[in-house]
Design a protein around this ligand. Sequence first.
Ligand code: SF4
Length: 216
Amino acid sequence: MAFYGNSNIQPFQEYEHRRATFQGYAEHLGLPLREAAYEPDGWLAFLGETSGIFPLVEGAPEYAAHTQRRRARCRLCYRYRFERLAAEAQRDGFETIGTTLSISPYQFTDLLEAELQNAAHRYGIQAHFVDYRRHYGEATRLSRAAELYRQNYCGCAFSQEEAELEREARKQARKQAREQIRAQAEGQTGTSTDATACQPSVAQPTTTDETQTSPC
Ligand code: SF4
């Protein structure tokens, strides 16, 4: 049995899009699907509305502190979702719960495991936790081959903001690198160069996966 419980996802259209993708794939696999109620207000209230928006631009002085605060926020998010999963599983007589979130290198794997175990314990069932991260590359390849929708932020409004900031930071870093190389080239030749003309020969810094910049 598959379970879709993601009140963290904003906006609703995004929630629906991901749900429809998951439902289509579950049908393809012949897997029965259960869906939790969509309660974004309940999710936000559970997080205490104190999380705020934490820009996570790497290199910013506040980065370490923000990471700690993001861990705290994501931990509560896992707790909220696993609570619903465990309650539903117990109600339906299942003995074990697990999660596919652990395939993402952008999630906090240690917290996922702890929160899954805690939720199972509260409902007197078992947790089966597997760290699937080593399969992330393969999963990415397969999902692209199957033309599945691939999100570009984890799910909540905070992560959407963070992902945009991170993309912008990478864009600025690439621009700076290009300008540095151009300045060096001009220094060597003593001539002025057309910025647009030199761009194609400049190596572009790459990211591992533009579509997955935040936990998902
Ligand atoms: S970043 Fe992802 S895991 Fe963390 S709170 Fe937002 S939706 Fe939940």
